[in-house]
Design a protein around this ligand. Structure first.
Ligand SMILES: [Cu+2]
Length: 568
């Protein structure tokens, strides 16, 4: 498809930019921005459910057997369901829809100077399937026997037994929901890649594409390449549950470790599927608020691509104690340690970008800087788990939980808050409150560390994960360890309370924040050329790119030129 075609306003499919009914504008939209909003608000609603589940099970861990306000008693079964729902929802129904689908949809056409996605109808279908997947997941909470409780990794034979709960229906609905969610993101990914490659503004070279767009494209490719085997595995697991097959049942000749391979061949790349967009967001935010170009654009691009490739060769580091050949364990230790190199490289480039910049500590910039600091801790603690020797000790302890959250919380929340606070003026045409934004930032970040540093300690002391009551383990039921668990729970309560500040700020600014101009942050990417908020069709006049990366502009346009980027 030629660039010209997408710049032509008529899509030839009734997707004209004219006044629309409520239904066609908000419920069945084709406009990429409205679909982005559907993903964003669905993701935020799912985050409330994911947040509620963690509140309940952390209360149980701090005060075992007590009545949890708003929920009641937590039985062992319920505990498993809560933990499983928390992990599943936060990864598949919060991080994926917000970071990739919402931001990918919103940003890609605007940042490459297109008027919409290349396939607006596939885009709409993608959200509808995603919404269906969320509804199927939520329905699984209410069926006889309750929701699936076999952890987000769904390891057989536990997950394969139809009699895991009364009917096995919760487990099967969970699988169907996850599979539907994958289909939604495959459709979305096709759209992201095609649009970024084919609908760019005239003059925009591949190396002019904003980093966050590249990152979402690379993430979509990784997702597509990794998810196939797992979808096949999910269908096999569904057969095991409902039709009596035994692909994963060792008693009848099946192999539970096969699932672990299929799951982690997807599961580890999945970390990078959400990490790369987060890294992209941070790149955009720090370049704007340091008022410098990315220190080494091509290096970041190549290292991100390298991460994408090496990411497919590390999966068995999740299986060091699953009985794999020790020689394989050494091999996967090596690849795992290698993959930290490109990721560290990206962080170095970001830090080098900050060096000598004129830094403005706005709310989005604080989030972006916090991402670098907190993610670094996540990466460093991963070395202990990637090395087979130490992993044998740390495996399945709270050390893993804490490490994982030091990578995932920065990705799913810190980078997301950076993105929302940064693009809010563009999305809604109004500014957010900086004071409330900073209060929300500091409470969230401090509370976050008070949740997970204690969990590193309990994990190193041997606290095994997925145990609902440590009273049953006298050697783990010491006042010191219990106080750390209580500290983590209190910090979580503070963090959850702080999110009220965010929601107040979000909805108050949406309604009555000061009007935003086109380019309030003085950024140099194309979305800031469009009105705030951009109308259906995005640009008053379709942009053409005349300058290099992050210095787009029409010769006639007064460009907010960053002097330190002037070629010497
Ligand atoms: Cu991994």
């Amino acid at each position: 498809m030629s660039t010209q075609e997408t710049h032509d306003h008529g899509h030839g499919d009734g997707h004209a930019h004219e006044p629309q009914s409520f239904l066609s504008k908000y419920i069945f939209p084709l406009d990429h921005k409205m679909i982005a909003m559907q993903y964003l608000f669905t993701g935020m609603a799912m985050a409330l459910i994911g947040g509620f589940t963690v509140y309940v099970f952390r209360m149980q861990l701090a005060f075992p057997g007590a009545h949890v306000p708003g929920f009641g008693m937590v039985s062992p079964d319920r505990y498993n369901m809560l933990v499983t729902s928390h992990g599943t929802i936060m990864i598949f129904w919060v991080a994926m829809p917000v970071l990739i689908a919402a931001l990918g949809n919103y940003l890609i056409p605007l940042m490459i100077g297109a008027d919409d996605m290349v396939f607006p109808r596939i885009n709409r279908l993608s959200y509808q399937i995603f919404l269906l997947s969320a509804l199927v997941l939520i329905s699984s909470f209410f069926v006889t026997g309750g929701a699936f409780g076999g952890a987000w990794t769904a390891y057989p034979p536990l997950s394969a037994r139809g009699d895991y709960n009364a009917t096995g229906l919760g487990s099967s609905l969970w699988l169907v929901a996850v599979a539907l969610e994958f289909v939604a993101f495959l459709l979305g990914g096709i759209n992201f890649i095609t649009t970024a490659m084919n609908a760019r503004a005239p003059g925009m070279k591949l190396t002019d594409i904003p980093m966050v767009v590249w990152m979402i494209v690379l993430a979509s490719i990784m997702f597509m390449a990794s998810v196939g085997p797992l979808v096949a595995g999910a269908i096999m697991l569904l057969f095991d549950q409902q039709l009596g097959t035994a692909f994963f049942d060792p008693n009848r000749g099946g192999d539970p470790v096969l699932w672990q391979h299929l799951f982690w061949f997807f599961g580890h790349p999945e970390v990078y599927v959400v990490l790369l967009p987060a890294m992209g967001i941070v790149a955009e935010v720090i370049t704007t608020f340091a008022r410098k170009k990315l220190f080494a654009y091509k290096t970041v691009l190549y290292t991100a691509a390298a991460t994408g490739i090496i990411g497919f060769f590390v999966w068995a580091h999740h299986q060091f104690i699953a009985g794999i050949d020790p020689r394989m364990a050494s091999l996967f230790t090596i690849t795992t340690l290698i993959i930290s190199v490109p990721v560290a490289e990206m962080l170095f480039v970001y830090i080098a970008t900050l060096y000598g910049g004129s830094i403005r500590l706005t709310t989005p910039m604080l989030w972006a800087l916090a991402f670098i600091a907190e993610f670094l801790l996540g990466g460093v603690t991963g070395i202990f788990l990637g090395a087979a020797g130490s992993d044998i000790y740390f495996h399945d302890t709270y050390f893993v939980v804490a490490h994982f959250h030091y990578t995932f919380f920065p990705i799913a929340f810190i980078a997301t808050f950076a993105a929302i606070t940064y693009w809010f003026p563009k999305m809604f045409g109004r500014m957010m409150d900086e004071r409330l934004g900073k209060i929300h930032f500091w409470i969230t970040i401090i509370a976050f560390n008070f949740i997970f540093i204690p969990l590193f300690l309990t994990g190193a002391a041997g606290d095994h994960r997925r145990i609902y009551n440590y009273q049953h383990f006298p050697e783990q039921w010491t006042p010191t360890l219990q106080n750390l668990r209580i500290l983590a729970t209190y910090a979580l309560l503070v963090m959850i309370a702080a999110q009220v500040i965010f929601f107040v700020n979000f909805f108050k600014s949406l309604k009555s924040g000061p009007k935003a101009e086109k380019n309030p942050w003085k950024a140099n990417t194309l979305e800031w050329v469009a009105p705030s908020p951009p109308p259906h069709g995005n640009f008053e006049e379709m942009p053409t790119v005349y300058r290099g990366p992050y210095e787009y502009g029409h010769p006639d346009r007064e460009l907010d030129y960053w002097p330190q980027n002037e070629p010497a």
